[in-house]
Design a protein around this ligand. Structure first.
Ligand code: SF4
Length: 281
C-alpha cells in the first residue's frame, strides 16, 4: 500500500495536481501548513545562497489565474476542515491545521495579484469558519513593503489572524550581499520593518549556515544581535533556522547546517535582551 503520510522533506508544490496550493507538514508549525505559491515561474528579486527553489530565476511572478487559485484553496480547505485530509496525510503527532501560508518559489509580494489573493484567503477563511487557532502567515523578504498594494494586503492578512515573517539574515550590507545576493541599505530594511510592523504582527526570520564547514563569525552574530535589539519595539520575536535540505543553487554548494550549539547560543544572546526567540535546526 502506498504510504501517503507527508514528511518534513516532502515539500512538493504540486499536491493532487494543484498549481498554487500545496500542503506540507512543517517542522516550524508542528502541524499541517497550507502553502500558497504565487511564483510558479520560480522568479524572485533576491537570490539567497541557501534558497531551495530549483531553477530559481531573477524576476517576478506572472499574473495569477485567480479562479484556479481560489478553486484550489477552496478544495483544500474543504478537505482539511470538513474532510479527512489530516487523518489521511499527517503523521499522528502532527494532526493539526496550523496555518495558511503565502510562501512561494520566490517573493510573493512581487505579484500584481497579491491583494486579490489576500482577499481570497480572507473570504475562504470566513466560508470555512476558520478561527484563531489557524494563522495566516506571509513569509517575505520585505523588499516590497513600501508599495501601497503590499501594505493593503498586509492589512488584510493582519485582520485574518496574520503574521509577517520578515527575512533579515545578516545586519550589514556586505554580509547581506553575500547571503541574499542583493544590494540593500540596512536603514531601508529597518524602515520597511517598522512600517510592516505597524500594519501586521511581525517576526524576523533569519537563516544561519556554515560556509566551507565554518560557523558564522562572532562579529556577524554581534551585529545581528544589536540589530534585533534596535528592532525590539517593532517585532513579536525572532525565528532562527538553518538550511534544512541541500540548497538548489550552485552558489550554495559550500554551505551546510550550523550546529545546534551555534543556534542555541545565538538564540540565547537575543533572548537575553527580552526578545522572544524560536530556533529550528
Ligand atoms: S527570498 Fe526566498 S525565494 Fe527569494 S531567493 Fe531568497 S530564499 Fe529564495
Amino acid at each position: 500500500m502506498k504510504n501517503n503520510v507527508l514528511t518534513f522533506s516532502d515539500h512538493s508544490r504540486h499536491f493532487k495536481d494543484c498549481i498554487y496550493v500545496y500542503p506540507v507538514v512543517s517542522r516550524r508549525s508542528q502541524g499541517v501548513s497550507l502553502g500558497i505559491n504565487l511564483n510558479i515561474n520560480n522568479a524572485c528579486n533576491w537570490r539567497c545562497v541557501y534558497c531551495q527553489v530549483e531553477g530559481l530565476v531573477r524576476g517576478k511572478p506572472e499574473r495569477i489565474d485567480l479562479p484556479r487559485l481560489k478553486f484550489e484553496l477552496d478544495m483544500m480547505l474543504d478537505w482539511i476542515v470538513n474532510g479527512k485530509f489530516i487523518q489521511e496525510y499527517a503523521p499522528v503527532s502532527l494532526r493539526r491545521f496550523n496555518d495558511i501560508c503565502l510562501s512561494g518559489n520566490g517573493e510573493s509580494t512581487l505579484s500584481e495579484d497579491f491583494v486579490t489573493v489576500c482577499e481570497i484567503i480572507a473570504e475562504l477563511r470566513q466560508k470555512y469558519s476558520i478561527g484563531t487557532d489557524v494563522k495566516t502567515v506571509l513569509i517575505s523578504n520585505g523588499s516590497e513593503i513600501l508599495k501601497e498594494n503590499v501594505q493593503q494586503g498586509l492589512k488584510i492578512i493582519a485582520e485574518n489572524n496574520g503574521e509577517l515573517w520578515f527575512k533579515i539574515d545578516r545586519a550589514n550590507p556586505s554580509a547581506i550581499n553575500l547571503v541574499n545576493q542583493v544590494s540593500i541599505d540596512i536603514n531601508g530594511v529597518i524602515k520597511r520593518l517598522e512600517l510592516a510592523s505597524s500594519l501586521c504582527k511581525t517576526y524576523v526570520q533569519s537563516c544561519w549556515f556554515q560556509v566551507d564547514e565554518i560557523e558564522p563569525t562572532a562579529e556577524l552574530v554581534t551585529e545581528f544581535v544589536a540589530l534585533m535589539l534596535q528592532l525590539k519595539p517593532y517585532i513579536a520575536g525572532v525565528l532562527l533556522y538553518s538550511t534544512a535540505r541541500n540548497p538548489a543553487l550552485a552558489e550554495g554548494n559550500n554551505i551546510s547546517q550550523v550546529s545546534p550549539e551555534f543556534l542555541t547560543n545565538l538564540a540565547g544572546q537575543i533572548a537575553a535582551h527580552g526578545i522572544m526567540v524560536k530556533n529550528y535546526v
